[in-house]
Design a protein around this ligand. Sequence first.
Ligand SMILES: NC(=O)c1ccc[n+]([C@@H]2O[C@H](COP(=O)([O-])OP(=O)(O)OC[C@H]3O[C@@H](n4cnc5c(N)ncnc54)[C@H](OP(=O)(O)O)[C@@H]3O)[C@@H](O)[C@H]2O)c1
Length: 335
Amino acid sequence: MEKVVIVTGANSGIGLALCERLLTEDAQLRLCLACRNARRAEAARSALLASHAGARVDSLHLDVGSVQSVLAAAQEIKARYSRIHFLYLNAGIMPNPRLDAKALFKGLFSRNVARMFATADGLLTQQDLVTADGLQEVFATNLFGHFLLIRELEPLLCQAGHASRVVWTSSGNARRSAFSLQDVQHRNGSEPYSSSKYASDALSLALNRHKNSQGLFSSVICPGLVMTDLTYGILPSFFWTLILPFMWLIRFFTNTFTLTPYNGAEALHWLFLQNPESLDPRAKYHSLTSGFGTNYTQPRQMDIDDETSDELYSKLLELERVVGRQLSEEKKLAR
Ligand SMILES: NC(=O)c1ccc[n+]([C@@H]2O[C@H](COP(=O)([O-])OP(=O)(O)OC[C@H]3O[C@@H](n4cnc5c(N)ncnc54)[C@H](OP(=O)(O)O)[C@@H]3O)[C@@H](O)[C@H]2O)c1
């Protein structure tokens, strides 16, 4: 039976590299690129078909930051496919990151230099926006849109006797200290990215507890530090090119500098090959690259407790109801 694999944010960076790797792994896949930009999605699809002639690659419009777009995309997916084997929740933003130059300078001469680059700990602050749905944009894009998508696709993801997988592209920057159950959207903080990624880790744990019995398994990965549009938004590409030799060297001391999208997609690809029952729901699977360029995947325990993850899950279900009511009122008014 053909495997249906959906990848959000598939038109560039780690998502596109994952698609390449999956098609190389299994030429029979039915791959769906779920992207918000039709032109970039079509370019990615053409590139994939150029290197994998005859592959079955679909594209689908999905803006995970818009509730209506998520609902419409879910309807379309249900019309197209009868089951989903893998749903890669990879789309993500880190908007307007501001670099704390003082912290960067201090960090360069400290013992934590490798960790600083690997996690951006203390280096970045971001200014969040509010979406048309009234949600914090980073939360809506990195977490809530994906949560709604899972909820809408449950009939295809939770089927008796079959295992389905969701895989979150999280980050080493996911920190408990940036997240608060009293402010899950991170309206009042300056680290919405870190908060949203911590929330995805916590949600993954809750999904496993609530949905494993229905055949749905969730995993979380960290791609390492990868040169993509996202990192070029933090510092211009010429800066990264300038310090690249330095980063190659650091790779002999820390393995999180994966640098290329191909390497960053290592754990996503590795999970594709694993039996879900063999995975640890409390682990984040890290893409790692050694000083000599060898790629491998390593599980590391996440700093998450059951109470936090369950409470977050309940809050997201409640927000789903609120957003649903809001939408039906808007529809009534529009009639
Ligand atoms: N690069 C790193 O070092 C790093 C480290 C840790 C985690 N990550 C995570 O890796 C994932 C992939 O990022 P990347 O590094 O590969 O960067 P990227 O090349 O910028 O890819 C991000 C993808 O997400 C899509 N996207 C953004 N907002 C969206 C929305 N509202 N709806 C649908 N798609 C949307 C982008 O589409 P558009 O082309 O339309 O913008 C793009 O395809 C992200 O979740 C990121 O947080 C990256």
